[in-house]
Structures are given as structure tokens and as C-alpha cells.
Design a binder for this molecule. Structure first.
Ligand SMILES: C[S@@+](CC[C@H](N)C(=O)[O-])C[C@H]1O[C@@H](n2cnc3c(N)ncnc32)[C@H](O)[C@@H]1O
Length: 271
């Protein structure tokens, strides 16, 4: 069995199967034993079924299964089938080939976990969708450091925006540690971070997210101008901001989640 945390053995495994790491699929395989251990520890305890998006060569899949997780892994790249059949042989892993964005996440058992080294190009839409299902007890995943910083950002910081508010509404968010490019083969151009989200089990709030999308659609505008440009009545927006004790020229980036929730209540209340 090849050692999947050895760049040399990973290169040989790919060569033996006539494969290469395909950038289009965001393929940067984890080859750091110490980081692998820390990711598995951050995901424990395995209190529900574990879903992995993008098993790649199976390094994390194998570690999770060996640690006792009941893993379902969804991989888009069909070329990896023979590799995964080799590296996951004998382990009770349910392997599905397909696009994770097309997976029926709304049907997974309540209390499921996501543990993944996410392909960078689908990380934000995928995490948003998984949070909206209300089915996950914990999501532990690697993303570009810059995306991780946006997920945990506080009001008034340059990284703060729609993604930070989406995450704050649905979950408690932690950025646990960074991984240098050398932890992957081939090394990416960016630093990665491990994020852990612990959902609060709140129902989705479409009116709130409609308001947030409008507030952040024009980043350089004041909140009042962004909302009126999106069709919210100007007088109502001004009145609501005054009632909240906020200046009329405030920008969306300065408001925390509770402000937006109160603003939504005021804007959606008939007078
Ligand atoms: C960053 S690599 C991680 C691979 C492996 N988990 C590891 O840590 O070495 C991302 C993986 O996601 C797969 N992938 C890319 N887009 C996908 C999609 N839409 N659905 C499912 N898997 C996808 C890639 O083929 C690749 O195996």
C-alpha cells in the first residue's frame, strides 16, 4: 500500500496509473502526516455519518475510516476510480462518483459531519448549501486562507461581508490552523487553513439573506443607497436606520448580524 503522505510515493502512484494532478479539479493532494492527524482530531468525535467531498487519492478518507468514521466520499474525477479502489481496499467506505454540487445534501441524516480538503473553486457555494440544509452537526474543511478569513471575519474588517454573515447566522466558526503550500502535492500558490463550523440549528431566513445580498451587492455604496438601489423604499430604510440609532451614511461592513436582523424586522413590518 503506498504511503499517501509521501510526495515520492504519491508521484509514483499517479505515474503507475498514468495520471497527473488536474488543476481543473483543484487537485492538490495532502501529503503532510502531521497535518492529516490534526485534521482528523479536529473532526472528532464521529457522532454521525461523515461525508467527504473530493477524496482525491484517499489520504483523508483512509485516515477517517481507520479512526472509526463511517465515510461516504464523493469524487468528481472518474479517472481516480482505480486509484481509490487500490488505496481504500478493505475499508468500509461508500464511494460515489459525481459532482458534489449536484448531490442531494438535503437528504443526508440529521447530525451528519463534513470532513474535507475542499476543491477551492466550489468551497463557498458548497459550504453555504450544506449550512442551509440544517443537517450537519459539524463541518471541518480546508480552504484557501483568504476564504477562511472571510468566513470568520468580524464587522469593520476588510474581510467582512456576505460570507461572514452567512456563516455567523448558521454556525459558530473557528479558523483552527494554517497549512503551508508544502503540505500538498503539487504545492498550491496559496496558504490553506482548517475551518471548523458548528451549526446552531436555526432555520434558514430568506428575507434576511435577501437583505444581506442587497446590502453587499454594491460594496462601495452606503447601506442606505445599496438597499434603495435594490428596491427597498428609501423612507422606510431611513426610518429603520434612525430607529436603530445608526447614521444614515453607515456602510454594510460596519453592521453586525444582530443589526441586520433588527433591520430586516423593521423593513418587513407593515406600517
Ligand atoms: C484539494 S483536492 C483534495 C484531495 C484529497 N482529499 C486530499 O486531501 O489529498 C480536491 C478533490 O476534490 C475533487 N473535486 C473537484 N471538484 C469536485 C466536485 N465538484 N465534486 C466532487 N469532487 C470534486 C478533485 O478531483 C480532488 O480529488
Amino acid at each position: 500500500m503506498p504511503k499517501l503522505t509521501s510526495p515520492k510515493e504519491v508521484r509514483e502512484l499517479l505515474q503507475r496509473h498514468g495520471l497527473f494532478a488536474d488543476k481543473r479539479f483543484g487537485q492538490n493532494f495532502l501529503v503532510s502526516e502531521s497535518h492529516l492527524t490534526r485534521i482528523v482530531e479536529a473532526a472528532k468525535p464521529f457522532t454521525g455519518p461523515v461525508y467527504e467531498v473530493g477524496p482525491g487519492l484517499g489520504v483523508l478518507t483512509r485516515a477517517l475510516a481507520e479512526a472509526g468514521a463511517e465515510v461516504t466520499a464523493i469524487e468528481k474525477d472518474e479517472r481516480l476510480r482505480p486509484v481509490l479502489e487500490e488505496t481504500l481496499k478493505g475499508l468500509p467506505v461508500h464511494l460515489i462518483f459525481g459532482d458534489a454540487l449536484a448531490y442531494p445534501w438535503e437528504e443526508v441524516p440529521p447530525g451528519s459531519l463534513l470532513v474535507a480538503n475542499l476543491p477551492y473553486h466550489i468551497a463557498t457555494p458548497l459550504v453555504t448549501r450544506l449550512l442551509q440544509t440544517g443537517r450537519f452537526a459539524r463541518l471541518v474543511f480546508l480552504v484557501q486562507k483568504e476564504v477562511a478569513e472571510r468566513m470568520v471575519a468580524q464587522p469593520g474588517t476588510p474581510q467582512y461581508g456576505l460570507l461572514s454573515l452567512r456563516v455567523a447566522y448558521h454556525a459558530q466558526a473557528e479558523k483552527l490552523f494554517d497549512l503551508p503550500p508544502g503540505a500538498f502535492f503539487p504545492p498550491p500558490k496559496v496558504v490553506s487553513s482548517l475551518v471548523r463550523l458548528t451549526p446552531r440549528k436555526v432555520p434558514d431566513d430568506p428575507a434576511l439573506f435577501q437583505l444581506l445580498e442587497a446590502a453587499f451587492s454594491k460594496r462601495r455604496k452606503t447601506l442606505k443607497n445599496a438597499l434603495t438601489a435594490a428596491g427597498y423604499p428609501k423612507e422606510k430604510v431611513e426610518e429603520a436606520l434612525k430607529r436603530l440609532g445608526l447614521p444614515l451614511d453607515i456602510r454594510g461592513e460596519a453592521l453586525e448580524l444582530s443589526h441586520f436582523q433588527k433591520l430586516k424586522d423593521l423593513l418587513y413590518t407593515r406600517v
